[in-house]
Each structure stands twice: as structure tokens, then as C-alpha cells.
Design a protein around this ligand. Sequence first.
Ligand SMILES: NC(=O)c1ccc[n+]([C@@H]2O[C@H](COP(=O)([O-])OP(=O)(O)OC[C@H]3O[C@@H](n4cnc5c(N)ncnc54)[C@H](OP(=O)(O)O)[C@@H]3O)[C@@H](O)[C@H]2O)c1
Length: 289
Amino acid sequence: MSSSNLDVSDYSADSTSSQTKRKRILVVGGTGQTGKHVVLQLLQRRHNVRAIVRSKERLYNQLDTVLPDSASNIHIVGRLQTTEASIHAMPQEELEKIVDGCDAVVVCLGHNLNFRGLFLPPRRLVTDSVQKLCSAIDVVNSNALEGKKPPTKMIVMGSDGVADPLGGDDRRKLSERVTLSLLSRLLIPHADNEAAASYMSSVSSVVPTSRMEWLVLRPTDLVNGSATKYDMFDKPTKGLFDGTKGGKTTRATVAQCMIDFVLTDELWESWKGKFPVVHDSMGGDVIVK
Ligand SMILES: NC(=O)c1ccc[n+]([C@@H]2O[C@H](COP(=O)([O-])OP(=O)(O)OC[C@H]3O[C@@H](n4cnc5c(N)ncnc54)[C@H](OP(=O)(O)O)[C@@H]3O)[C@@H](O)[C@H]2O)c1
């Protein structure tokens, strides 16, 4: 495990009042197709980022795929603190140290789409990692002076193929229910995302909301491209087999949306404790290239 740290904490150039204070955000899964956008967009907006990654080199390479030479730009990566570890196997005390001082935790973990990622352990990568993170937040914030620290925001990336465990979704067609039931049994990543959503739906009975608030963001079909304006729904609005014609969202938009949740308290208040679904707005303007 290794880490590099350039700690800068003052105020960012963001304009709205709830966004003016520079935040510190832990991103897990930052080397992924979505996580890299979260890391880069946060850094570009001059927030401090902690990232737990299995390979710092891979993280830097991924940042460069979004914005060439960003990984060698001290104005961007100067606020990035990386820890090389597999979060799944990380000692809990190490995790607590990394969580300590963070305003929010963003989880973009997912199983790699190869034989190892699909069929071999850790089968509960997302669920176990989320559980560890919630415990770490609980411990760290229970040590903080009561009332002095706002609850840490925990955002987990899921999918609109995963049902709201609180029962808020419309009943799907029989063919979709059969397919999803098969996926739960046969596909470890899908079962893991379901288990993680289920865990989050009842986490408030384990971690008091005075210490942690949460939401699970469920993107619809993911595509690559620039971030655009987006629409948020309280449940899936399209069928399982509709494809991108029923709605899609870019990974950069998903990143933007998660960052908006971190920075905009009004938005957070509307959606915390829920499982919002995000789509790119039809014909929406590009907001981040
Ligand atoms: N709504 C949709 O249509 C949709 C589509 C795709 C995904 N999703 C969900 O969204 C989430 C993120 O998707 P994505 O496509 O951005 O993910 P991704 O590109 O596959 O990235 C996965 C991330 O998880 C990390 N990871 C994988 N196995 C790990 C392990 N054993 N230990 C530690 N880290 C590990 C990877 O790190 P390394 O770089 O080290 O491997 C990477 O950072 C997933 O949960 C996925 O199920 C939703």
C-alpha cells in the first residue's frame, strides 16, 4: 500500500454558495470508466480527492484518456491523494484513516468484465466494500464531536436494472422479471449490485443519519461521450429491452451528477435515502467536454 499526499485546503472557485467551500471526497473505483470522470471533474473543480486504487499508474493513464496530460499537470493532480490497495482486502483501520476528514465518499466499483471479474472472488466486491466504507464512516464520525460535523455523504453507483429495494419502482413486465431473476442467479456483478442496493436501503439502522446520509444512483444505459444536462427520475422509465432509444446517459454525465449531489445540498436533500435514475436530457447541452 502506498500513498502520496499534497494537502491543499482552502476555497475553490465554484460560484454558488453551497459549492464555495473546497471539499474532500474519497473516490473508490477511480480507475473505472465512470470513476475516472469523477476523479478528474472533481480535480478540475479544485476539490481535494482521495482515491483508493489498485494501481496509481492505471489511474493516471485513465485520467490522460479523458484529458491528455492531466496526470502530469500539478494544478490538477496536486490535489489528488492516492492509496494503492484493493479496498476489499484493506485493513479496516487503514480505511478509517482515509475516510477521516472526507465530506463524501463516491463508490464507482464494479466487477471487471473478464473471466476473473465475472466468476472468481471477490463475488461481493461492491457490497462488502460499501459495508466496510459505511462502518469506517460510522467509527470516524462517532469519534467526531456530536453536532460539529455534518453527516458524510455516501453515493453508490448502481444501475437501473437493479430494483429499488424499498419497493418504489413500477412492476416490470413478466419477461423482464424472468430475465432479471435469471441475471440475479447467474451473473455475479448483477447479484452484487442488488445486494449493495439492499444493504444501503437499510443502512440507517446500522449507521445513524447524524453520521452518514446516502443515495444509490442508478444510471440508465451507459455510453461514452461528454457530460450533458440530465434528468432525474425516482424510478426506471423504460423497459429492460428498450436499449438506448428509451434513454441513455454518458459516464461523464453520471460523474457530473454524482458531483452535483456532493456539492449541492438542495439537490442532496431531495434525493438522499433514495435510488434516483439518471438519463441525459434529450438534446441536452454539453456541460463538460
Ligand atoms: N446502468 C448501466 O447500464 C451500467 C452499466 C455498466 C455498469 N454499471 C454499474 O456501475 C458501476 C461502475 O461501472 P463502470 O463501467 O464505470 O466500472 P468499470 O469501468 O468496470 O470499473 C470498475 C472499477 O472497479 C475496480 N475493481 C474491479 N475489481 C476490483 C477488485 N477485485 N478490487 C478492487 N477494485 C476492483 C476497478 O479497478 P481496476 O482498474 O483495478 O480493475 C475499477 O476501478 C458498476 O457497479 C456497474 O455494475 C451500470
